[in-house]
Design a protein around this ligand. Structure first.
Ligand code: IVH
Length: 690
C-alpha cells in the first residue's frame, strides 16, 4: 500500500512539474487549470497523510508556508561578481579591442543578452533537486532564501530529464514584471503601506519576506543566464543557455551570437527599441565572450570579469506638455514644486506628475506654464523634469512662479541662508508638517506602527485626536471606534472611505502599545529632528546612552559623535531648546517609551577604543555575525566594511572573500578567528570583574 502511495506521489510530482514547465517556461499549457488544480490537490492531500514521503522537489512547496525569522548567511562557493558598466559606444569598442589584444589571432565570438533589472540569485542543485537559493549579498556571501525562491513558478524544483551532473549552480535574476509591480503598489496603497520605488526593489523586498505564503502570491519570475558546473559538457555560453533551457530553466529567448562590433550595436539598438514593449524591466545589454575557454584565459580584474561588459541604457525620456505646478509642503516644511503633465507613456507606465526639485531649478530652467518639457524616470517612483523644448514654446506664456505664501497655511515662506530649499516656517501649525511628522513617527524604520498609515493619520488629525507624536499614546479604543471619513489622495485624486471598525480600532491600539518596545535609537529617529537620520540616531543613542545626555549635550560634545556634523549638531540643539519638544518627550517617557539604550547595547569595555575593525565571512547565522559586530561597538571599536590601511584587524569567519584577503595580506593586517576575538572580549570581562 505505502509503496503505491510513494509511487503515486512521485508520479504526481513529475506530472505537475512537467505541467509547470509547459505553462511557465514554454507558455504552452497542455492541461486545463481545473485539471491542474486537481492534481495538485491530490498531491497535497497525500503528502498530508504521508508526511514521510514529502519530497523537497514537490510542487506543493510552491505555495509557501514556512515562516522564516532570520535568513541564514551563506558563503557562495564561487563568488558572485558584478560586471563593469558603460553607457558609451567607445567603451564597447575599447572592450572589444582589449579582448582581441589579450587573445591575439583567435576568432572571437560574443553573445549579447538582455540585462534583466532584478535581484541576482544563485540556485544550487544536488542530484537534480533544488537544495538552496542564495541572494548575491556582498558577492562573497548572501542570504539563504530557499523557501521563498521555491514559490517562484518558473524556477525548477527539479531539473528535467536525467542527463545532468550531480551538482550544478544556476545563476540568474529574479524579477517582478510591470503588471505585477503595478498591482502590488495599488494593493499597498490601499493598505496604506509604503510603495515600492521600482520593480527591482519590489522583487528584492519580496525575496526577503519572512512569510513564504505572501511571496507565493507575488508573480515573481526568474531568468537564468549562467551555469556553473565542473562536469558539464558545454564549451560556450550559448551552449550553457541551451543546456539550461533543456533542463527546464527559463532563459528567455532574446539573445544572439555576434561576430563583430556592428552586430553588437545592432542588437543593442534593437533591445533598446524593444525595451518599452517588454513586460518586464531591462536596464541594458550584457556582452559576453562566447567561448568558455577564452573566458578562462581572459580571467578577472579585481572586481569583474574581463570577458564581459554591461552596456546600460540611459534613463528613458518622454516629451509632454506642462499643464500646471502644485507646491507641496513636506514634513520639514520644505516646499517642493510638482508638475502636472499631460499624461505620457514612459518606461511601461503613464506619467502625469513629475518633480521639479526646488525654486532654483525652476528659475535655472526658466520653465513656463504650457511648455513642452522632457521627463525622465530615475530610480524613484516620481519621475523628474529634466529640460524644456524651447523650440515648441508658444508666445505670451508665463514663467512658473514660486509662491510667496505657504499654499497650506498662508504663512510667508522663507529662504534659509545657505540652503536651496524654500520653507514654510510655521512648524507648529502647518497641517502637512504636523501630519508628516506623525507619519514619520509611525514609519517602519521608526516606531513601526504598521496598522496606521497616511489615510488613518489624516482622519485622526481631522478629528483633532492627533496633533503631535505624544498624542498616539493617549488614544483609546473608545475614542477611535466608529470614526469614519472619505478622503482624497492628492496624487491620484482617488477617494477612499476610511472607517475604524472594531477590529481595526483594536489592532491600532495594540500596535501603539507594542511600539513601546522599540529601542531608543528608533524612538530618537522617530522624533523627526531635522537632519537626524537612521544612522546618526543610532550613533547618538550609542554615544550618549540616554535622552537626557543628548538634551544636555553642547555643540562640541555633539560634534564628537560619528556621523554627526555641524548641521546635525545645530539642529539637535535647536530642537531641544523648544519647551514644547521637551514636553512631548516627557509625555512619551511617561507613556513608557524607551529613552535609553538596552543593557545589551551599552558600552561594556574599551579594549577596541580607537580601533577600526572589519568583521567578514560567514559565522553560521547572521545573528552570530550581528553579535560579533555589536561586541566591536560595545567595546568602543569602530566597525568598517572595507579593508584599508586604517584597519586594525579583521575578524574572519568561513570563506572570507579573496579580495579582502589579498588586501589584508598586502597591507599586513592581522586576521583573527571568531574564537580569538571572543577570547579578547572575555579577557576584558574577567579583568573588569576583578
Ligand atoms: S552575467 C560575473 N548576465 O547584472 C558576472 N548578469 O553587474 C556575471 N544581470 O550582478 C553576470 N542580466 O545581477 C549577467 N544577462 C545577464 C544579466 C546579468 C542581469 C545582472 C546581474 C549582475 C549585474 C551585473
Amino acid at each position: 500500500m505505502t509503496v503505491d502511495v510513494k509511487n503515486e506521489i512521485k508520479r504526481l510530482i513529475d506530472e505537475i512539474n512537467e505541467h509547470n514547465y509547459n505553462y511557465y517556461v514554454l507558455a504552452q499549457p497542455t492541461i486545463s487549470d481545473y485539471d491542474f488544480d486537481q492534481l495538485l490537490e491530490r498531491l497535497i492531500y497525500l503528502e498530508k497523510q504521508y508526511p514521510e514521503y514529502l519530497q523537497p522537489d514537490s510542487p506543493s512547496q510552491r505555495v509557501g508556508g514556512q515562516v522564516i525569522n532570520e535568513f541564514k548567511a551563506v558563503a557562495h562557493s564561487v563568488p558572485m561578481l558584478s560586471l563593469s558598466n558603460t553607457y558609451s559606444k567607445e567603451e564597447i569598442l575599447a572592450f572589444d579591442q582589449r579582448v582581441r589584444q589579450l587573445l591575439p589571432e583567435q576568432d572571437i565570438e560574443y553573445i549579447c543578452e538582455l540585462k534583466f533589472d532584478g535581484v541576482s540569485i544563485s540556485l544550487i542543485y544536488e542530484n537534480g533537486v533544488l537544495v538552496q537559493a542564495i541572494t548575491r549579498g556582498d558577492g562573497e556571501k548572501g542570504d539563504d532564501v530557499t523557501q521563498n525562491v521555491k514559490t517562484i513558478k518558473n524556477v525548477p524544483l527539479k531539473i528535467r530529464g536525467n542527463d545532468f551532473p550531480s551538482s550544478i549552480i544556476a545563476r540568474g535574476e529574479i524579477i517582478l514584471p510591470h503588471k505585477g509591480f503595478t498591482q502590488l503598489n495599488i494593493q499597498r496603497e490601499e493598505n496604506e503601506e509604503p510603495l515600492f520605488a521600482n520593480p527591482r526593489n519590489a522583487a528584492a523586498g519580496s525575496l526577503k519576506l519572512q512569510d513564504s505564503k505572501i511571496v507565493a502570491k507575488r508573480p515573481l519570475k526568474s531568468f537564468i543566464y549562467n551555469l556553473i558546473s565542473e562536469h558539464s559538457a558545454v564549451s560556450t555560453q550559448l551552449e550553457s543557455i541551451n543546456t539550461l533551457k533543456n533542463w527546464g530553466f527559463n532563459t528567455g529567448d532574446y539573445y544572439r551570437l555576434c561576430k563583430n562590433i556592428d552586430q553588437i550595436w545592432k542588437f543593442i539598438n534593437e533591445a533598446e527599441q524593444k525595451r518599452n514593449s517588454l513586460p518586464f524591466e531591462i536596464d541594458g545589454v550584457v556582452i559576453k565572450v562566447n567561448s568558455l575557454q577564452q573566458q578562462i584565459d581572459l580571467g578577472y580584474t579585481a572586481k569583474s570579469p574581463r570577458w564581459a561588459i554591461a552596456y546600460k541604457f540611459k534613463a528613458e525620456q518622454a516629451e509632454t506638455n506642462l499643464i500646471s505646478v502644485d507646491f507641496q509642503v513636506g514634513r520639514t516644511g520644505v516646499i517642493t514644486p510638482v508638475a502636472n503633465l499631460k499624461p505620457v507613456s514612459l518606461a511601461g507606465t503613464t506619467v502625469k506628475r513629475a518633480s521639479m526639485h526646488n525654486a532654483d531649478f525652476i528659475s535655472k530652467l526658466d520653465v513656463h506654464i504650457g511648455d513642452y518639457v522632457y521627463v525622465e524616470k530615475g530610480g524613484d517612483i516620481i519621475p523628474k523634469i529634466v529640460g524644456v523644448n524651447l523650440n515648441r514654446r508658444e508666445l505670451f506664456t508665463e514663467p512658473v512662479q514660486f509662491p510667496e505664501y505657504c499654499p497650506e497655511c498662508n504663512t510667508k515662506l522663507v529662504n534659509l541662508p545657505e540652503e536651496v530649499a524654500i520653507i514654510c516656517p510655521n512648524y507648529d501649525d502647518c497641517p502637512p508638517q504636523i501630519k508628516g511628522r506623525l507619519e514619520h513617527f509611525i514609519s517602519r524604520k521608526a516606531m513601526d506602527i504598521q496598522t496606521l498609515g497616511e489615510g488613518k493619520i489624516e482622519v485622526l488629525y481631522n478629528y483633532n485626536l492627533l496633533n503631535n507624536v505624544a498624542d498616539f499614546y493617549d488614544l483609546t479604543y473608545d475614542q477611535i471606534l466608529g470614526l469614519e471619513k472619505v478622503i482624497t489622495n492628492p496624487e491620484t485624486l482617488k477617494t477612499k472611505k476610511i472607517s475604524f471598525r472594531e477590529k481595526t480600532a483594536q489592532n491600532i491600539i495594540d500596535a501603539i502599545q507594542k511600539s513601546k518596545e522599540r529601542p531608543f535609537d528608533k524612538v530618537l529617529y522617530g522624533l523627526g529632528i531635522k537632519y537626524v537620520g537612521e544612522t546618526s540616531a543610532k550613533q547618538l543613542a550609542m554615544h550618549f546612552s540616554n535622552i537626557d545626555n543628548i538634551i544636555n549635550a553642547d555643540y562640541e560634545q555633539l560634534m564628537q559623535v560619528e556621523n554627526v556634523g555641524e548641521k546635525v549638531s545645530e539642529s539637535i540643539i535647536n530642537y531641544f531648546s523648544s519647551q514644547s519638544h521637551i514636553e512631548i518627550i516627557n509625555r512619551l517617557k511617561k507613556a513608557g517609551l524607551k529613552f535609553e539604550i538596552d543593557e545589551s547595547e551599552k558600552i561594556t569595555g574599551s579594549i577596541f577604543q580607537g580601533k577600526s575593525i572589519v568583521v567578514t565571512g560567514s559565522f553560521g547565522t547572521s545573528q552570530n555575525r550581528k553579535y560579533l559586530e555589536q561586541q566591536v561597538v560595545n567595546n568602543g571599536g569602530k566597525l568598517t566594511s572595507s579593508v584599508s590601511s586604517k584597519t586594525s584587524f579583521i575578524v574572519a569567519g568561513e570563506n572570507m572573500g579573496p579580495e579582502k584577503l589579498k588586501r589584508a595580506t598586502e597591507l599586513n593586517i592581522p586576521i583573527i578567528s571568531e574564537e580569538k576575538f571572543l577570547e579578547m572580549i572575555k579577557g576584558e570581562e574577567t579583568k573588569t570583574d576583578n
